[in-house]
Design a protein around this ligand. Structure first.
Ligand SMILES: NC(=O)C1=CN([C@@H]2O[C@H](COP(=O)(O)OP(=O)(O)OC[C@H]3O[C@@H](n4cnc5c(N)ncnc54)[C@H](OP(=O)(O)O)[C@@H]3O)[C@@H](O)[C@H]2O)C=CC1
Ligand SMILES: CC(=O)N[C@@H](CCC(=O)OP(=O)(O)O)C(=O)O
Length: 335
């Protein structure tokens, strides 16, 4: 049994991680952390989990945590996450980091997009990017795995195989993504207040969103050619789900059947990627760890459409998938 601590247990991704791990035959949740002073019971912060786990939340103390847990799911905001991880790894714990802290390799790129120095810069370049569909073989040995961002997962999965196969050009790729409001987390912010977000549809972070360099880094590394996408996220008035549409230029004239065949070949043995013929919708993957994706060719351009649940394949589900690989469990366990 692996003893698991959930850090930032009051949040949305933590709630999903707890729910999934409660059904995991080889994981036991032994600690839940919060900054709050009143140390609520799990059922008080996540009523849907009432009666499922008799545990109060606690304030984080690294030394005490390391005595009671083998692995941490860090469901904290970026920067706060690295501050904790740099303390718990030397105490022998392993960690899946759901924040963005260890996804980028280069501290200078991190500083540019996140606007502060990285608290644990030396560990960035050696941390594996935990997208099993691309980097599965690197995950089992890792003490720390960087869980991918939600938008990057929905973008990289359709594009990476096509770049690798040389079917599309790395130049001028456009990525248009739409996310439900839970993507912004549970911590209240004005833009996500009900009257602001409901019945409205907005773009944000145009040219400035921190997932753009993350997508560039992974596609460049995996595809083998420098890739710089134009990424625009949008907020959609729904609870959860991401739909991403990409537009790219083929390297030679191509039809949709060829693109779909390449995607099907690449994902033939993947348990959580479904290449579909029809146009996927976010509801097709709600509460699941699937990414459904398809492709079309329109006026000579390749168009891909992909969907994930931002809180599952985009966060907690991917974290459990990585946890399974780290500990040698069947990859689909509890998913
Ligand atoms: N929501 C999503 O779809 C996705 C989220 N992520 C990432 O996962 C992480 C968690 O996200 P999410 O669950 O949505 O966030 P939430 O805001 O829902 O939860 C984060 C929790 O962390 C704690 N927290 C907040 N600020 C700090 C701080 N400065 N120091 C320590 N703890 C803090 C809070 O708990 P308390 O106040 O009780 O201490 C809070 O409940 C983030 O890094 C996010 O970017 C990644 C992919 C998708
Ligand atoms: C709708 C919405 O606000 N989404 C979030 C996605 C956050 C996330 O999951 O990203 P990191 O893990 O990289 O922080 C955003 O755009 O910031």
């Amino acid at each position: 049994m692996v003893r698991v601590a959930i850090l930032g247990a009051t949040g949305y991704s933590a709630k999903e991680a707890i729910r999934l791990l409660l059904a995991h035959p080889h994981a036991q949740i032994t600690a839940l952390t919060t900054r709050q002073d009143d140390l609520p019971h799990l059922g008080d912060v996540h009523p849907s989990l009432r009666g499922r786990l008799d545990l109060r939340l606690e304030n984080l103390n690294a030394a005490q945590l390391a005595e009671r847990a083998d692995c941490a799911f860090c469901c904290l905001p970026h920067a706060a996450s690295a501050e904790v991880i740099k303390e718990i790894l030397p105490l022998g714990m392993r960690a899946v980091d759901l924040s963005a802290d260890y996804r980028l390799n280069d501290p200078a790129v991190y500083k540019k997009w996140y606007d502060h120095d990285h608290p644990d810069a030396a560990r960035m370049a050696k941390t594996v990017y935990g997208l099993p569909e691309l980097y599965r073989e690197r995950i089992p040995k890792s003490q720390l795995v960087a869980n991918p961002g939600c938008y990057p997962t929905s973008t990289i999965l359709p594009l990476a195989p096509l770049l690798k196969a040389g079917l599309i050009s790395p130049d001028g790729i456009i990525v248009d993504s739409k996310s439900g409001v839970s993507g912004a987390g549970r911590t209240p912010k004005l833009n996500f207040h009900y009257p602001e977000a409901n019945e409205s549809f907005s773009a944000y972070g145009v040219g400035t969103h921190r997932h753009m360099p993350e997508i560039d880094q992974v596609l460049s590394d995996f595809g083998g050619k420098t890739t710089e996408v134009i990424f625009t996220p949008h907020l959609v008035p729904m609870d959860r789900g991401i739909l991403t549409t990409t537009y790219s230029t083929p390297t030679k004239p191509v039809d949709a059947a060829t693109i779909l065949a390449e995607l099907r070949k690449f994902y033939a043995n993947e348990p959580f990627v479904r290449v579909v013929d029809g146009l996927p919708t976010t509801k097709d993957v709600t509460n699941t760890n699937y990414c459904d994706l398809t492709a079309r060719v329109v006026r000579g351009r390749v168009v891909t459409i992909s969907v994930i649940d931002n809180l599952i394949k985009g966060a907690a589900g991917a974290a459990v998938q990585n946890f399974n690989l780290m500990y040698g469990f069947e990859e689909t366990t509890a998913l």
